[in-house]
Design a protein around this ligand. Structure first.
Ligand SMILES: Cc1cc2nc3c(=O)[nH]c(=O)nc-3n(C[C@H](O)[C@H](O)[C@H](O)COP(=O)(O)OP(=O)(O)OC[C@H]3O[C@@H](n4cnc5c(N)ncnc54)[C@H](O)[C@@H]3O)c2cc1C
Length: 504
């Protein structure tokens, strides 16, 4: 048994990521005076997946005028050249629900959607998160105007690094302590309520007391064995895009004291990931095609805006032979690709003609040249037949333009131009796992963890971020994870505040 120490806190937060940091700051806002964050990572890895994120936050908003006071990168002259439509609660809800096939837990979704705008304001005002408009990811410049698409507009200066820097500064300002290299090992329960956490430090186990504990320790995406167990054969080979420390500890610690598991345990967020450098997302595929080693396409690259398909297409790549695929673009598409994803650091396979390109692809693992040539020829023909039949359709990356292929059994539904302008180029992509969808059942109003037996909250135990089960199934609208983590983190901190009592 660990020694019971005299150390007591009002609230202990497990995990220093976005959700955990929001919970700690909200606990202080709501009357806690002694708040401790523990994280199993070294200090250099503070911030969990939040640090690796692009900082994209999806929120309900009323259009450009509503967002301008929150962002720091839009001088007035630029503002007059931006088109940014409102994004309503109904749209946000529908986007989550349609991507999950209606399986997302409606009360959880409602809490995220309805809390999103207020939480963004809190992040800006209370924490100083340096929000920006996401010109490079969520807008294209067309005819001199920046047109935003996909319902998502907010990012952060210096992305995830900027987000976590803002959190660390705010936590220091209000005196929240953080212990790094201090994994939570067990939850302590007394008389049916949470009483503290067993923490390992310097090889010793300590029991630290608190009447409120917030679990924000991420999913299990960094554990190869748990990926294989829950997501299936092959997932042990997926690349991990973020922190290596999210190995499901929080979920199983809670299960051990009777918490209910919830959500899509075979589901995960996984993207097209550069196969050569373990750091670049490759989300330009709506402007080109994706082909596997056998020379065959396997998804509708233009099914929807990138931020509604990217979280699902990593999974599709993992299922291809060797778990890789090639994204193919022509010179015209290349001008629209994002520098940070397809810039000079990236290994590019080039060819002035399709014959030249295919020879290069063979040396990168393409197995069936004939099938590849047929795929490209059929795709090009299908775009030209469509263009001849529908000349009124104009290619436009800022809307779902309906510029499609004609007659292919696997269509490309938007942005389908022939691959014809030299030079052509390709990149090799693999599956990069971002986070897992299975987690704990929580109360949507209080973020309390639900006990499996009886379905009632476990007093004093709250949960936020990736550990929450039931929000996402199959797929996910980009920018929702950070928002959901902040919304539930903030609620968890508020509830912890209600349990705060003199600790000495
Ligand atoms: C490359 C990448 C890009 C992304 N981009 C975006 C984006 O732009 N927009 C968006 O909405 N989402 C994005 N996401 C997802 C987003 O980062 C997550 O949804 C969000 O950060 C989850 O926050 P969290 O606090 O739940 O988990 P995390 O931020 O992962 O924090 C969990 C923390 O728990 C710690 N921990 C684990 N086990 C223990 C233990 N036993 N004891 C103590 N501590 C423990 C870990 O070390 C970690 O620091 C991205 C993710 C990645 C990987």
């Amino acid at each position: 048994m660990p020694t019971l120490l005299s150390r007591k806190y009002d609230c202990i937060v497990i995990g220093s990521g976005h959700a955990g940091s929001c919970a700690a700051l909200s606990a202080i806002d709501h009357g806690c005076t002694r708040v401790l964050i523990i994280d199993k990572c070294p200090e250099a890895w503070a911030g969990g997946n939040g640090f690796f994120s692009a900082g994209a936050h999806r929120t309900v908003h009323e259009g450009l005028a509503d967002l301008l006071p929150l962002v720091e990168n839009v001088p007035p002259a630029l503002a007059s050249r931006i088109d940014l439509e409102p994004y309503t609660a109904e749209q946000f809800t529908n986007d989550i629900m349609r991507l999950s096939g209606g399986r997302s837990d409606a009360p959880l979704v409602r809490t995220v959607v309805e809390g999103s705008r207020e939480t963004i304001k809190w992040l800006r005002r209370n924490i100083g998160v340096p929000f920006t408009l996401s010109f490079n990811r969520q807008a294209y410049e067309v005819d001199g105007r920046h047109k935003f698409w996909g319902g998502m507009a907010l990012s952060i200066r210096d992305a995830g690094k900027g987000l976590i820097a803002a959190h660390r500064a705010a936590l220091e300002r209000v005196g929240v302590e953080t212990w790094f290299e201090a994994p939570a090992k067990e939850l302590v329960v007394q008389d049916g309520a949470i009483a503290g956490v067993v923490v390992e430090r310097d090889g010793k186990r300590e029991c630290v007391h608190a009447a409120a504990v917030v679990l924000a320790a991420g999913g299990y995406e960094s554990s190869a064995s748990l990926r294989k167990l829950y997501l299936g054969e092959g997932w042990e080979h997926a690349c991990v895009r973020g922190t290596p420390y999210n190995t499901g500890d929080g979920i199983f610690m809670a299960k051990a004291i009777g918490a209910r598991l919830a959500g899509d345990w075979t589901g995960t967020h996984a993207t097209c990931w550069d196969a050569h450098a373990n750091k670049f997302t490759k989300s330009g595929y709506p402007l080109g095609i994706m082909v596997n080693r056998r020379g065959l396409r396997f998804v509708d690259e233009g099914a929807d805006f990138r931020n509604f398909t990217y979280a699902a297409y990593g999974k599709a790549i993992l299922r291809q032979p060797g778990g890789i695929a090639f994204q193919i673009f022509d010179a015209r598409a290349e001008t629209w690709l994002r520098e940070e994803e397809y810039g000079d650091e990236v290994v590019k396979i080039r060819g002035n003609t399709i014959d030249e390109l295919v020879q290069e692809l063979v040396s990168h693992g393409l197995e069936n040249v004939e099938a590849f040539m047929r795929t490209v020829a059929e795709y090009n023909d299908a775009t030209r037949i469509f263009a001849a039949a529908c000349p009124e359709r104009k290619w436009n990356p800022t809307v779902k333009d309906g510029v499609a292929t004609h007659g292919l059994s696997l269509p490309k539904s938007n942005w389908a131009l022939p691959l014809e302008e030299a030079p052509l180029f390709a990149v090799t992509v693999t599956c990069g796992i971002t986070f897992t969808f299975g987690g704990l059942a929580i109360d949507p109003d209080t973020a309390s963890v639900i006990r499996d037996e009886g379905g009632k909250p476990i007093p004093g135990l709250y949960c936020a971020g990736e550990m929450v089960g039931g929000l996402w199934h199959d797929n996910y609208p980009g920018g929702s994870g950070l928002t959901a983590g902040a919304v539930f983190g903030r609620i968890a901190g508020r509830e912890a505040g209600k349990r705060a009592r003199p600790s000495d």
